[in-house]
Design a protein around this ligand. Structure first.
Ligand SMILES: [Zn+2]
Length: 141
């Protein structure tokens, strides 16, 4: 998974207090994710009976359907994750520009970690739900 962030950062300096203040916001996020499904192969398929081959092929089709449902769940969660990152804000202040920016970045990083934890928790919960009895909408073969 690749994440590309567009952050807007604005730092101001107050001559009265001598403090720098940074406002940072995640303006856009691009997430690239590739899901690879590796299906089992049966080397002896060619030497099996027609009935056995048909049974195997049906099993494989069912398995593809199951995996497609898991992939669909994952992309739904990735969309939610992206939405939760958009507009994320951090604020910092300090005696130097760098310390103000670092504080703002630390706040955003903490929220980013929370969002990522939520993504993985939801992803794992979806997998468990799908693999419970009746969790897949495809009829058992
Ligand atoms: Zn499954």
């Amino acid at each position: 998974m690749i994440e590309i962030f567009d952050a807007r950062v604005n730092t101001t300096y107050d001559t009265k207090t001598g403090l720098y203040t940074t406002q940072a916001v995640i303006a856009d996020v691009i997430i690239q994710a590739t899901i690879t499904t590796t299906l089992p192969t049966w080397r002896e398929r060619g030497s099996a009976s027609q009935a056995e081959q048909a049974k195997w092929d049906g099993y494989l089709e069912q398995l593809k359907g199951f995996q497609a449902e898991h992939a669909k769940d994952t992309f739904v969660r990735l969309d939610q994750y992206r939405s939760s990152l958009l507009g994320l804000r951090g604020t910092g202040s300090g005696n130097t520009r760098e310390s103000a920016m670092q504080m703002a970045a630390n706040q955003i990083n903490a929220k980013y970690s929370e969002a990522k934890n939520t993504l993985f928790q939801n992803y794992n919960a979806d997998g468990k739900r799908r693999d419970a009895n009746g969790g897949h909408t495809i009829r058992p073969y």
